[in-house]
Ligand binder design. Structure first.
Ligand code: ARG
Ligand code: ZN
Length: 855
């Protein structure tokens, strides 16, 4: 009896079709007999009928499994097998299902289910990977208590929950908390741990371990500290305590995503956990801290309360991203974290929302759920929580969250449950607010001002519109919290931040009793994920850049100024005004400001952001022209402020041992920014010196970036390679940086040459992304008029799809902006997509993505 997965027409799943499963698994017992090519999985599951369900068909998911034997209540049965699972006749009352299957982890290159990475066994079951391990009702609303026996000749054998017993060659784990199968995990291999402990608020001791391959022990301390900080923070801020005796984290080299929150056994992409000053940048440290927190926070928002079905994914992801962002804001600088989050949101989510892949945070249908682990579900999902919190206030939010945990602990919940909790806890009606979950697209918020000097009244006229998105033509108005503050011409705040609640398509709000015309600071702290359209002159922007008391809007004023300057250059070849340079110099040189903030203020808008801005203004963007203008402006800024760059490069140096904290990171960021500008003036002399003297990866990589960007690198690329060729994560940087910093006409060539490098590895998602993620991110290179970037990307996505559909499908989003461009580029981009789409045997994942992307 075998059931091999074959290609069948992909099926669409609809939210509206939800029905509960007909049976409840009371207890699950699994036994794994590990072997690289022939692992046996024995399951014993006690089922009883689900009184809540009407459908009594006993269907278990299963894909690519070799069924060895199956029985019900001890009597052998012969189930009916399909490509997606099995069906079987079952008794009316409770019964025991048992099965034995064989799987081949070593052949699993999709990195879903049980697979091998560098000789180690590991799993990835979210979203639907458990069905590649054994037959099971693999859906998040089916929860059970798991006991797992692992057998194999490996020193370390791990699974979820608490260790029950272990001896050489076998271990038993028991997880007392009912969980869905997507939270199952197993790890085995030759691993070593760095350990610490945590005492919870009620005094329980928890053993913490970070498991790595021998040789990486020295890179675990930061993750352990971040874990302890996260555990403490969740107790203090959300009242959430950890609930097992042990918390294990495992670093895996081959992993499709960042990390996974399996109960008690988080599995991480090595890049999201391993850190050392010599090999990791400040940005790496910040990301690791955030991901450790994110996965840990899932223990309550995701695991204790999970999702009823995958349409509700943003219930756990949006909330958990919001929580990790709050955590980062508390651990580091809140304004800097907010600005970084908004840059990322605009770069990824606004772009997604504006193209063919636009979908609501809670979609209504999907073919492959892995294609919906998107910026919209995650980052926009988090913005929605932020808006809710703004609307109900800090106390209302805490009351609602307390009620959520009290009411839904142990549940598989929905967005409706989530909103009901807010309604019940705060008395606020949220029917209209719910549109943020059900409607796709980014609202445009137009703001005009009216000043009545006699009455001392400023009126803000607001107007919201949301352009149509695939499948949604009509966009009724949403609830938009618009935070506004008013400043006096001397820079004093006359009206502190006030939340205006917009609920209609057009609405006006007045401020009275003003002695003179104030300057309005609108959408402070980026209080809603909208595109603000506001006519304002550069003098007002310069004023806000100098004086706004809201740090986000202060940064935003500079960003908008820079964008206008770049637009002037692109469209009219207009040289940047002296005012702009002066305003920038004032912020950059203001030692009273946080260096991290200054570094952010000096960062010019990205080329993709500029392309979108042009497209929004009705102009077809030319990526080459945007690149030239950005280069020109960077050169001008570099040359006009050279003494300042020299001063900052000297003064921002951090001496003494490297500490990955926000303060040091801010100084190093500003120093590297200064170095980049300096390299445009000094032929790379300062960068070469910094490269030679670098005491940590932030300095070394900053220097190498500057040298590559200004084409002044000599032997440094090779020297870096020689120094770090043994370290996979550092090599990812080496691959990526060369593609990122390549000139537009060279980018595809550089990427192609790197694919022929002995260390290029199609099977390792990090390495693949280091080259092709960088190519997609090099806008002028990817969109070069030769079409080479598109062609190379398509060639390699086609190759990767045969091994790893999930990563292939995600990376198809490189093409999501095709509608913005001229006819030639549109043709080349859609041709590339069609070529991918037409491949025989293309995965359902990539088929769905290319079909959604094409007209
Ligand atoms: N739940 C994980 C996280 O956000 C992501 C796992 C996604 N995996 C996948 N195959 N889609 O932390
Ligand atoms: Zn998550």
């Amino acid at each position: 009896m075998t059931a091999e997965t074959t290609d069948t027409a992909p099926q669409t799943v609809y939210l509206a079709d939800y029905t509960p499963f007909g049976f409840i698994p009371e207890k699950v017992e699994l036994r794994f007999i590990l072997d690289p090519h022939a692992t046996r999985v024995l399951s014993r599951i006690e089922f009883r009928p689900n009184p809540q369900a009407s459908d009594r068909r006993f269907f278990l998911h299963g894909e690519g499994l070799k069924l060895i034997a199956a029985s019900i209540d001890g009597a052998p049965v012969t189930p009916e097998l399909t490509d997606h699972g099995l069906c079987c006749e079952v008794p009316e009352g409770p019964f025991v299902w048992a099965a034995e299957v064989e799987i081949d982890p070593a052949a699993n290159t999709a990195l879903e289910g049980l697979y091998m990475s560098n000789g180690m066994y590991c799993t990835q079951c979210e979203a639907e990977g458990f069905r590649k391990i054994t037959y099971y009702p693999d859906r998040p609303d089916v929860m059970s208590v798991f006991t797992v026996h692992v057998e194999g000749p490996y020193p370390v054998l791990l699974s979820n929950g608490n260790p029950v017993d272990s001896a050489e060659g076998h271990a038993t784990w028991h997880d007392p908390w009912p969980k869905p199968s997507y939270l199952f995990a197993l790890v085995a291999g030759d691993l070593v741990a760095r350990s610490a402990s945590f005492t919870t608020m009620s005094g329980r001791h928890v053993a913490l371990n970070v498991w790595v391959r021998p040789g990486d022990e020295g890179k675990c301390d930061f993750a352990l500290e971040a874990l302890q900080a996260s555990m403490k923070w969740d107790e203090e801020v959300y009242g959430r305590e950890y609930d097992l005796e042990v918390f294990n984290i495992v670093a895996v080299d081959d992993f499709n995503m960042g990390a996974m929150e399996n109960k008690g056994l988080n599995i991480f992409n090595a890049s999201a956990v391993l850190a050392s000053p010599e090999t990791s940048t400040d940005a790496n440290y910040e990301r690791i801290e955030a991901i450790i927190a994110h996965e840990y926070f899932h223990n309550w928002t995701g695991n204790r309360i999970t999702c009823r079905d995958w349409f509700q994914l943003c219930l756990k992801e949006g909330l958990t991203v919001f929580r990790d962002q709050q955590f980062t804001g508390d651990m580091r600088s809140a304004p800097v974290a907010r600005i970084e989050n908004v840059i990322a949101l605009r770069g990824r989510q606004f772009r997604e929302d504006n193209g063919p892949l636009a979908h609501p945070p809670r979609p209504e249908s999907f073919v492959e759920i892995n294609n919906f682990y998107t910026a919209t579900v995650y980052e926009k999902g988090a913005e929605i929580i932020g808006m809710l919190r703004r609307l109900v206030g800090e106390n209302g939010y805490r009351k609602a969250l307390d009620l959520y945990f009290a009411r839904h602990d142990g549940d598989a919940a929905t967005i409706e449950d989530w909103l009901k909790v807010f309604e019940d806890a705060t008395g606020r009606e949220l029917a209209q607010f719910k549109r943020w979950y059900t409607d796709a697209g980014t609202p445009r918020l137009k703001v005009t001002e009216e000043w009545d000097g006699d009455a001392g009244r400023l009126t803000l006229h607001l107007e919201q519109t949301t352009p149509p998105t695939p499948g949604q033509d009509q966009k009724p108005p949403r609830v938009i919290p618009v935070d506004v503050g008013l400043l006096n011409p001397n820079g004093d705040e006359v009206v502190p931040t006030t939340t205006l609640e917009m609920t209609e398509a057009r609405q006006s709000f007045s401020f009275d009793g003003l002695a003179s015309r104030p300057v309005a600071s609108v959408l402070r702290d980026f209080s809603a994920p909208v595109i603000l359209e506001r006519q304002s002159d550069s003098a007002e922007r310069a004023f806000l850049l100098a004086h706004d008391t809201d740090p986000f809007n202060r940064w935003e004023a500079g960003r908008t100024l820079a964008r206008d300057v770049l637009l002037g250059l692109v469209l009219r070849d207009e040289a940047p005004s002296g005012d702009f340079i002066d305003a920038l110099a004032r912020v950059a040189g203001d030692d009273g400001l946080d260096p991290a903030f200054r570094a952010l203020a000096l960062r010019l808008p990205g080329q993709d952001e500029m392309a979108q801005a042009l497209s929004d203004a009705g102009v077809t963007p030319d990526p080459t022209r945007i690149w030239e203008a950005t280069e020109q402006l960077s050169d001008t800024i570099a040359q006009r402020m050279r003494p300042l760059w020299e001063r900052l490069h000297t003064e921002m140096e951090v001496t003494g041992p490297y500490v990955p904290d926000a303060e040091g990171a801010g100084r190093r960021a500003l120093r590297n920014t200064a170095l980049m500008a300096l390299s445009r003036c000094d032929g790379g002399a300062a960068a070469r010196a910094q490269f030679a003297a670098a005491g940590n990866m932030t300095e070394q990589l900053g220097a190498l970036s500057s040298l590559l960007a200004t084409q002044t690198a000599k032997g440094e690329v090779d020297a870096f390679f020689e120094q770090w060729k043994h370290d996979r994560l550092v090599m990812d940087k080496w691959f990526g940086l060369q593609v990122m910093q390549a000139r537009p006409e060279k980018a595809a060539e550089v990427a192609e040459a790197l694919t022929a490098h002995p260390l290029f590895d199609l099977r390792n998602p990090n390495r693949f992304r280091s080259v092709f993620g960088a190519l997609a991110g090099n806008a002028a290179g990817f969109h070069h008029p030769s079409g080479k970037g598109y062609g190379l990307m398509a060639d390699w996505l086609i190759r990767l799809d045969k091994l790893n559909p999930q990563t292939t499908a995600r990376m198809c989003s490189a093409f999501e902006t095709w509608r913005r461009y001229d006819a030639d580029r549109q043709q080349m981009m859609t041709d590339a997509l069609r070529r991918i789409n037409a491949q025989p045997g293309l995965s359902p994942d990539t088929t769905e993505m290319t079909a959604r992307l094409l007209p």
